[in-house]
Design a protein around this ligand. Structure first.
Ligand code: BGC
Length: 763
């Protein structure tokens, strides 16, 4: 093993480290004084109102039959009743589809009028799901969904995504974003897998922190930033059944080691709000889990912001979960568990909520101290966001809204996310080739964006962003229409709440497949999220697999382009494909990005943020304990995913060498400096994600086979050798033991980077 000067290496390591703000309080004594003064001026009714959040729909003008009038108009009487009479503290969402900046300004002016005209003493905080860009503001810049951002493994890009999204959301007057999702993607059946940052807690923590830093700013919140909202605390993403909002079982050890760390990292980053898990973990609904909401989040981690419920979830403690005999009991359970704001979105339910919570405080079932604590937290965030400045609705210029500069970042993010999973040499394509673009996801932009795009489910192409390219249009743009054949082959749709597909003119498909030099077959999923996105099986549906088999039988090279929010099983069509490209849900610029990557104008650099399963019955993760792989007698036994976590190819040829540790023996509180050389022997520059994994050889409870402890995305030019330095501390060797305590145990460990590995001892 090569050893080298610790000082020199430590310096380089310091220079290479990406750092965000850490662990400071989100407040100041001045803010606390202001908050206490406001709090002391509020009546019981006003305090209760502050904890109440309603949806925009409850404030809109309706026709005689009660239907919301389109295009939407605010109803001054409903606004007065909710915000002045009930003192509602927050409004959320969008009605029906994307609004333009002018309409948003009208909405915001109207929502803030009670405050600006002194009819109400507290401003409203407006929240929205701008989860992959300002997706409810017409003209907003749409990035890849979170799973794609994770696949970039690029913290700087994640932060820039956060900055652009915050800026464009604030341009619409909205100061609060229900994002990022920090739930771990460890249940690929789950309809919201694409909203996660993948399966690994370290990657999710790093990328989550970067996004929050972008949303909230690294030097305090300005009019260009928004409050972030960590979602959905905690364990929502792991339903045993795979169906949305069904129970999860998460043993304490794995809650500590896997599910909590991304949220803890986000609290350290200063995240201002959190949304609670709608589901149930270990038999306890998220909204009444005092241990998680109060003991862990607020007391142990010192979270100073506020916790908002998810949609109608207090009511569901009574109607669905049955832990509360009445709606009032549900409210009491949730507020006493540590919930601060209740999404009781519709009328008249919000009115009932307000009167029941008031009653609960008057009869002592919720203490005044608990109510005050909740309101203090909400006011703190309102003050930090600058909502008390009454001029906030004056038309402000946000000249960079939807700008070329923002669009370039969205394109870069798409380019860096798209992941090459197989290539027998067919890629890069040549412009002289006759190309068939085919498949259900090839011809419509909505497939590239997925849900939470212009509408909740993102499944109505009439609302697609104007002038953005779907895959077919992007490829035609590169090779010219005359060199591009098209045949859809199959279409996807939603039948009675389930995904379905059917063939479209198979004869045309076969004829064009035979006439082409290369077949780009675009497969994947119909846009969906939450309950409508539940699926019966992870297998890609039969018509799409059949289409691939027909294409592969022609003997022409087939490139499978996956456009999917979850890793759908494609085992039976991979071997005969010449190449496989995972696009995730790459957003409005996904078509352009794909065009550049397929023709070699850009290099691939995305890496899978999850283990891509091979079989429905074999859902395993890269950090499995060794026992998972002890009977490896065939491809179904043992850990054998279709592609491994962290995998992704490029057009370059990279060689890892000289893995070196500055010492091979450390004691507690020491750290090890690790160095690795990466040489590009190919003929194209590449951004490589260098990943460092640690393995514990023996421990008092089963150790993981390996765990990601550091990564760095770095450019390696043709013929260049790059040295990358990491620091591994004993904190990285910690795990939760049989007593439920985080410990470090002495023993042997290995560090692996690429195909290189080295051992060290902790004495
Ligand atoms: C989702 C949340 C979302 C909220 C507001 C809920 O149904 O679970 O993720 O933030 O709606 O739109």
């Amino acid at each position: 093993m090569k050893k080298f000067s610790i000082l020199a290496i430590a310096f380089i390591a310091m220079m290479q480290q990406f750092s965000f703000s850490q662990g400071a309080s989100i407040s100041t004594p001045q803010i606390e004084d202001q908050v206490n003064t406001i709090l002391n001026s509020l009546s019981l009714e006003e305090k209760v109102g502050q904890t109440c959040q309603i949806t925009l729909e409850a404030l809109l003008l309706r026709d005689a039959s009660g239907k919301v009038i389109e295009p939407l108009k605010m109803d001054p009487e409903r606004v007065r009743e909710a915000i002045v009479e009930y003192g509602v503290g927050s409004v959320l969402n969008v009605n029906w589809h994307t609004l333009d900046l002018e309409t948003w300004e009208d909405v915001m002016t109207s929502v803030h009028k009670p405050f600006t005209s002194n009819e109400s003493s507290v401003p409203v905080i407006y929240g929205i799901d701008a989860i992959h860009g300002a997706n409810y503001v017409r003209g907003g810049t749409l990035f890849p969904q979170e799973i794609g951002l994770a696949a970039t493994w690029n913290e700087t890009l994640a932060m820039q995504f956060g900055e652009v999204t915050a800026y464009e959301t604030r341009a619409a007057g909205i100061p609060w974003n229900f994002s990022p999702v920090l739930d771990l993607g460890r249940q690929p059946l789950w309809s919201r897998h694409f909203e996660t940052l993948g399966e690994d807690p370290y990657l999710a923590s790093k990328m989550g922190k970067a996004i929050i830093c972008g949303y909230q700013g690294s030097n305090g919140i300005s009019r260009e930033h928004v409050a972030s909202c960590m979602k959905h605390f905690v364990g929502y993403s792991n339903p045993v059944s795979g169906r949305d909002r069904t129970p999860a079982w998460i043993p304490e050890k794995y809650m500590e080691e896997l599910y909590l760390p991304p949220f803890k990292a986000a609290v350290e980053e200063g995240a201002l709000t959190v949304m609670i898990n709608s589901g149930v973990v270990n038999g306890i609904p998220g909204h009444m889990n005092h241990h998680l909401l109060t003991t862990v989040l607020k007391e142990e981690w010192g979270f100073e912001g506020f916790a908002v419920s998810d949609w109608e979830d207090l009511i569901m403690l009574h109607t669905v979960h049955r832990t509360a005999k009445t709606i009032k009991d549900g409210i009491v359970q949730a507020i006493n568990a540590g919930l601060d704001m209740s999404m009781v979105p519709l009328a008249p339910q919000y009115k009932e909520y307000c009167s029941l919570l008031k009653e609960a405080v008057q009869d002592g079932s919720v203490s005044t101290e608990r109510l005050d604590d909740a309101v203090r937290r909400i006011l703190r965030v309102k003050v930090i966001l600058g909502l008390y400045e009454k001029n906030m609705n004056q038309k402000r210029a946000y000249p960079k809204f939807g700008s070329k500069q923002h669009q370039k970042l969205a394109l870069d993010a798409a380019i860096e996310s798209i992941t090459l999973l197989k290539n027998d040499g067919v890629l890069p394509l040549k412009k002289s080739q006759k190309i068939l673009v085919a498949g259900p996801t090839s011809n419509n932009l909505m497939y590239l964006n997925g849900a939470w795009t212009h509408t909740w489910q993102g499944d109505q192409s009439s609302f697609n962003t104007e002038n953005r390219l779907n895959i077919r249009q992007a490829i035609e743009g590169v090779v010219g229409q005359e060199n591009c054949l098209f045949s859809q082959g199959a279409e996807l749709y939603n039948r009675d709440g389930y995904e379905a597909s059917q063939f479209v003119n198979l004869q045309d498909f076969e004829e064009k497949a035979n006439a082409a030099d290369v077949i780009l077959l675009c497969l994947g999923e119909f846009p969906s999220t939450e309950k409508p996105g539940d699926i019966r099986s992870l297998e890609l549906n039969p018509e799409q697999q059949e289409l691939a088999k027909i294409a592969e039988k022609t003997g022409k090279p087939v490139v499978l382009i996956m456009v999917e929010g979850r890793p759908r099983i494609i085992r039976e069509i991979v071997d005969d494909a010449s190449a496989v490209v995972q696009t995730y849900l790459p957003g409005d610029f996904g078509g352009d990005a794909l065009g550049k990557l397929l023709f070699g104008e850009e290099n691939f650099s995305g890496k899978l943020p999850y283990s891509y399963p091979r079989y429905n019955g074999q859902i395993e993760f890269y950090d499995h304990p060794r026992s998972v792989a002890r009977h490896k007698s065939n491809d179904f036994n043992g850990y054998n995913p279709q592609w491994d976590f962290g995998f992704g190819m490029s057009y370059s040829n990279l060689q890892y060498s000289n893995l070196s540790l500055n010492t091979d023996v450390i004691t507690e509180n020491d750290s090890i400096v690790v160095s690795i050389d990466i040489t590009n022997t190919g003929n194209m520059d590449v951004k490589e994600v260098v990943q460092l994994y640690v393995s514990d050889h023996f421990a008092s409870v089963i150790p993981t086979g390996k765990s990601l402890k550091a990564f760095k995305k770095t450019e390696v030019r043709v013929k260049e050798t790059k040295t990358v330095i990491f620091t591994v501390s004993t904190k990285d060797l910690q795990f939760v033991n049989a007593e439920g305590k985080w410990v470090v145990e002495p023993g042997s460990f290995s560090i692996a980077i690429g195909d290189q590995s080295a051992k060290f001892e902790l004495k």
